[in-house]
Design a protein around this ligand. Structure first.
Ligand SMILES: *Cc1c(COP(=O)(O)O)cnc(C)c1O
Length: 356
């Protein structure tokens, strides 16, 4: 096949697409990974036992197609009216794909804040749709224009807490926003388990709000790939038409069901990470950084004098990975995942050397 664009067999939207580039995942090596907001601790033991049992139980059979065991357990544990309010997916990234396919047609548009999760833009482009970015102020306030009816958005994404800032809107503000918008609002709560409030109960008040969650961050199961969306049953029923027949496998359903049941593990893990977040924030301030108050398991920080890119590179040379992020027309900075105390100490001692 020749490369001339006119003759490409691929859809034009694909030819134009800048693929989403996730944070580095070095294989092997001894990197301290503070770059992709993974949990630094292993997942609940119950999840691992459940995987072993599910594997012994027979992988020759297809899984239950709707992850019903998980949806029942999650509804119970999270206080959701019932399993028909939940759709499970292969990571919340798959759920985000399903949402874009469901609500945003070719040529239509979705809206997202900026800086936030770049994947929303990529999903729009794959769909042949357009995106509207509404910039945060430099202190991470969302302008009123985020609720505008101009440009007719078909879907709005709000990561809450946001990445890379860790900042969030209070549930009352989210509800007001949803009421003003001309279309559904997806509240991406990938970091909701670390926050002091969340929007889960709003789905009972509004059929314009859909909440996405993941087991990747607070449940320490990024390698498993399991996420879900919570919304009113009539919305879930429509979304379910789009998913692959067997989008979650038997092992992940078993592990996710056990993990969501381990609420005590969740609380203990969260307490460790929140303590680590506070310590890291204080130490970064001591080192001269400006640190945005965070409701998530990471911190956004900037340094008034040093080059952020250089700091990232200096750390990487010493086997510590953080995320350098550059947002054209907005600014740049560093996003640092809260690691174990030992990992945080290693980071800080390198930063001290580099900054002195
Ligand atoms: C990590 C992350 C996700 C993706 O979670 P997966 O379940 O691992 O696909 C979604 N949204 C945001 C904002 C994230 O940071």
């Amino acid at each position: 096949m020749t490369a001339s664009p006119g003759s490409s067999p691929f859809r034009p939207a694909l030819a134009r697409l800048q693929p989403y580039v996730p944070g580095e995942q070095p294989q092997g090596g001894k990197f301290i990974k503070l770059n992709t907001n993974e949990n630094p601790y292993p997942p609940p033991a119950e999840a691992l036992t459940a995987i072993t049992q599910a594997a012994a139980g027979g992988l020759q059979r297809y899984p239950e197609p709707t992850a019903l065991a998980f949806r029942r357990r999650a509804a119970e544990v999270l206080g959701i009216p019932g399993p028909e309010w939940i759709l499970a997916g292969n990571g919340s990234d798959e759920i985000l794909t399903i949402l874009v396919r469901a609500f945003v047609g070719e040529g239509q548009s979705l809206r997202l804040p900026y800086p936030s999760y770049i994947l929303y833009r990529t999903l729009a482009e794959i769909q042949g749709a357009r995106w509207q970015q509404v910039p945060f102020s430099q202190d991470w306030q969302l302008p009123a224009s985020f609720a505008d009816h101009s440009q007719e958005p078909r879907l709005v994404f709000l990561p809450n807490p946001n990445s890379p800032s860790g900042t969030m809107l209070a549930p009352e503000e989210v509800l007001q926003l949803a009421e003003r918008l001309p279309c559904p609002l997806v509240v991406d709560e990938a970091y909701g388990d670390f926050a002091s409030a969340n929007c889960l109960s709003l789905v009972e008040q509004s059929d314009k709000i859909l909440i996405t969650r993941t087991l990747s961050k607070a449940y320490a199961l990024a390698g498993l790939r399991f996420g879900f969306v919570v919304a009113q049953p009539q919305l879930i029923a429509e979304l379910a038409k789009i998913k692959d027949s067997y989008n979650c496998d038997s092992l992940s359903i078993a592990a996710a069901t056990a993990a969501i049941g381990s609420q005590q593990w969740l609380t203990e893990n969260r307490d460790k990470i929140l303590a680590g977040r506070q310590f890291l924030a204080e130490q970064l301030v001591e080192l001269g950084f400006q640190v945005t108050p965070s409701e998530a398991n990471f911190l956004w920080c900037t340094h008034p004098e040093k080059s952020h890119r250089t700091l990232y590179e200096e750390l990487k040379q010493r086997q510590v990975l953080i995320r350098y992020m550059e947002f054209p027309e907005w600014g740049d900075g560093l996003r640092i995942t809260v690691g174990t105390p030992a990992q945080v100490d290693a980071l800080l001692s390198i930063l001290k050397t580099v900054l002195s």
